[in-house]
Design a protein. Structure first.
Ligand SMILES: Nc1ncnc2c1ncn2[C@@H]1O[C@H](COP(=O)(O)OP(=O)(O)O)[C@@H](O)[C@H]1O
Ligand SMILES: [Mg+2]
Lengths: 225, 302
């Protein structure tokens, strides 16, 4: 479903954020990308959604070479994903309901069907009673769950989350973890960039560790070879 | 197709909502556009009225035919016959050279000088009223008669009609120039309004793009807004002109009573009204299109 082969990413300043990354993620997997701050986790996710392009190597999603897509095709690539951004990117001048509605509007859903799906997504993350609220009035954890509702409302095949538990206390982080697990259990491929070790310990996902832009083989993989 | 239609309907609804959410700013913009369009359109209405007025006034244009000095009685009779049969000639009058001389002596104060002349220097003449008053057909008639035998010279007495026509042409050119200038103003106003809207909605645009919105989806509401604002401005211009003519006509009614004539200004006809609305909507759309194109590519580069 997702494959990187010999991917390098050098930012305009000359900094090499990723070097020689080759990996495969299959449909239905739950994968954590871990590593120190600045290791290149966010960059890896951005390559998947064509927010950034690889300097060399290829990134393939559903058989499409992401780095070679024409600009007109990029919106349609992005519709495969549900995105939870590190900086939330919520619209603070819209209600909770309208924030979650946005992905459906983009895809041209009709009003009734869209409203039904928005409520289902809000219900899933436990925010149904806040649909008319503004995002500012929500707590940090609630805002994070709103992001998740927006990411899953269109039922994407792949869910990408960048540091979803940053700034949340452990109990809250645990709840989010089970939420991600429940999506994975219904067949959604889940890729989470995080350095939250508690979360990894609880969910027991496959872990890909980055260090200074390079892949670090996990002990299990090292043992297997 | 139904999805497409419902998306457009929804965008239209949201755009209208945007107008009503900031009514003062919207009305201000629409007012400015309305005034900008009312100027050339009002000028145009004035021209149209002047044109129909001039057609009424120029109903009795005259040609003067001067015959050659050696024209005989038979020549004169022949020309008279031709004039009688000519379809373009409404009526005519014969002015014999003796009468012309007498008139001149009486009218010009040159009587003494004239008396000193051994011969009458004036030719025989006809004064002709044409049926069709347009400058073109008068000119044609003049040329035709000029070629008849023993006709020395044909004078068109409707020079003023030509002049009026020239002035009207100049007026049309002025309307065209004014329209171009103010069309530019309309485009600029829309460009700026949309620029501000894009600035205030930058986050929304960014998020929408990140989660799979096409450029068309992002453009659509702005284009709708531009076109609707233009349309509303066009309607305001139309209303301004209508009110202006209505008030002028009230004033004219009093005047007409004094002079015992009836004269009323015409309103914009339906075709011109529709043209005005379409023109303003298209310009608004165009301004929005330029603004969106410009500022979305800016946003991409960031
Ligand atoms: N747009 C950018 N321009 C230049 N350097 C960048 C940019 N984005 C990230 N970097 C650099 O690339 C490295 C990896 O960043 P990132 O992928 O965000 O790491 P992580 O998410 O693991 O903390 C960092 O050193 C960061 O400073
Ligand atoms: Mg990061």
């Amino acid at each position: 479903m997702i494959s990187f082969s010999q991917v390098y990413k050098r930012y305009p300043g000359g900094y090499e954020a990723l070097r020689n990354i080759s990996l495969n993620i299959g449909a239905g997997e739950m994968v954590f990308i871990t590593g120190h701050s600045g290791a290149g986790k966010s960059t890896l996710l951005k390559l998947l959604t064509a927010i950034e392009r690889p300097t060399s190597g290829s990134v393939v999603v559903n058989g499409q070479n992401v780095g070679a897509l024409r600009p007109r095709a990029i919106p349609f690539l992005r519709r495969n994903f549900g995105l939870v951004f590190q900086d939330h990117k919520l619209l603070f001048d819209r209600t909770v309901f309208d924030n979650v509605l946005l992905p459906l509007n983009i895809r041209g859903f009709r009003r009734g069907e869209a409203a039904r799906r928005v409520r289902a997504a809000l219900d899933k993350v436990g925010l149904l009673d806040k649909e008319k609220a503004r995002p500012v009035t929500l707590s940090g954890g609630e805002q994070q769950r709103l992001c998740i509702a927006r990411a899953i409302v269109h039922r994407p095949a792949i869910l990408l989350a960048d540091e979803p538990t940053a700034n949340l206390d452990a109990a809250y982080a645990g709840e989010l973890g089970s939420l991600f697990q429940s999506f994975n259990q219904v067949g959604v491929t889940v890729v989470i960039a995080t350095h939250d070790e508690n979360l990894a310990a609880r969910l027991r996902p496959r872990v890909i560790t980055l260090r200074q832009g390079g892949l670090m083989t996990t002990p299990e993989e090292a043992a297997a070879t | 197709m139904r999805i497409w239609l419902s998306q457009h309907a929804r965008t239209l609804g949201m755009t209208l909502g945007k107008f009503f959410r900031s009514p003062v700013a919207s009305l201000f913009n629409i007012g400015v556009i309305g005034v900008a369009l009312a100027l050339p359109a009002g000028f145009y209405v004035g021209l149209v009225n002047l044109q129909s007025l001039s057609q009424g006034l120029a109903a009795a244009p005259q040609l003067s035919l001067f015959l050659a000095l050696d024209a005989s009685r038979a020549d004169i009779a022949q020309i008279e016959g031709r004039l009688k049969q000519h379809a373009q000639v409404h009526k005519f009058k014969y002015v014999p050279r003796e009468q012309a001389l007498a008139d001149m002596k009486a009218g010009s104060g040159l009587g003494d000088v004239m008396s000193g002349l051994a011969q009458n220097p004036l030719p025989d003449a006809f004064v002709v009223d044409a049926r069709d008053s347009t400058a073109q057909s008068l000119e044609k008639l003049r040329e035709e008669i000029n070629n008849w035998p023993k006709v020395a010279h044909v004078q068109l007495d409707a020079a003023w009609a030509k002049r009026l026509e020239a002035v009207l042409k100049l007026g049309q050119l002025a309307v065209l120039m004014l329209t171009t200038l103010l069309a530019f103003a309309l485009v600029a106003i829309t460009f700026n309004t949309i620029r501000l809207q894009i600035l205030t909605r930058r986050e929304e645009i960014e998020v929408a793009k990140l989660i799979g919105a096409t450029d068309a989806f992002i453009r659509r509401p702005f284009l709708y807004f531009g076109a609707l604002q233009g349309l509303a401005g066009g309607f305001a211009a139309w209303a301004l002109i209508w009110a202006g003519i209505y008030l002028l006509n009230n004033g004219l009614a009093d005047l007409s009573q004094l002079y015992g004539t009836t004269f009323q200004l015409h309103h914009l006809n339906p075709a011109d009204s529709l043209g005005l609305l379409l023109f303003s909507a298209v310009l608004g759309w165009f301004g929005a299109w330029m603004s969106v194109g410009r500022h979305l590519s800016d946003a991409d580069r960031r």
